[in-house]
Design a protein. Sequence first.
Length: 367
Amino acid sequence: MANKQVICKVILQVLVFSCLFGSFVYFFMKDQMETFMKGRTTITRRVEAVNSLEFPTITICFDPATKLSVAKKYGFKNYFQKFISDIPNKTLPQVFDEMTYGFEQDYSIWNHDGKKIHLGLNDIDAAYSSVKMQFQVDAIKTWDFGTCIKMEPRFEMVSPLYRLELSLQLSSTINTEDKIESVLFIFTSNRSWVSISNSDWPQYQPLKARVHLSKEFTQLFWQAEEEYFKHGTDRPGDCLKKLVEQQNCSVSCWGSTIPGLPYCQTASEYSCVDPVWGTEEYFDCFMTKEVTHYSLIDRIETPYHEDKNKMKTDVLIGIKAMQKVTTEEVFVLTLQDLIGSVGGSLGLFFGFSFSAVFFACLNKLFQ
């Protein structure tokens, strides 16, 4: 009789243990392990005050991007036709420069104190303060915006006093047919401006502030937003350069401004590297681990008097507070989370704990 009771007790314990273990694995352990092994992620977002900020790279472009008179001259129906066949006695860069608006030829830019902006390194006084700023100014060729002026900051912001005020003046010699309707101010980080060249933004769209000529003095106040991802590239330009070089063309070049790659001189040179565009590897080059982009939190437009010069506009760019928004991709379940979660569940289902196991072993040892 006693043996039967023992056997029944053992069978019951095995059944209960099996049910509990099956429930543990099916309802809990399976999902936890799947989440951990697949490396599933989620997004966290926070707003925080900071002691320093990265002033955005400001790229100044025009709408329309190309001159209608030149397009008619060469019989181009769209901008990309220039890559199809060569113009006699002209290189692609020469045709591009003729089609687009040239810095210090079709327009000029001044700082608020009347100092003219030039290509190269510029020392600029901040508007309404004694703060000194420095910008590297370069002309870049882009697919969608023509020739643009890129102003890359060489300083770190430590207060809201870093405000950039610019005055843009069009040349009176611009053909009436090539009238500029508006100016685009594109805000990017110092690392991601290269995406402007090809207009490829797989993770976000940059801030593009359109300012119409002669209508108002425009103040643009921005806020920085940082995003961190688990996967991606650190240098999009280097990544694209590597892809182009893998084509084994006679000349490694590109049809817009990319660091380390010259601009293609002929249509045949570009046709050799063109298959790179649009591939999965190409778009992967613009997926970065760290992304800083900008949002417009305020725009103030002050109308000019009626006699204001219609070939000119003034813009102030700055911030109102030293803060940023941080978005980060994090793992849903880390190894520490998995151990804690599984350990807690083992205690819930089986009363398991490391201390209980330790003391049980200790008792067996000294019996």
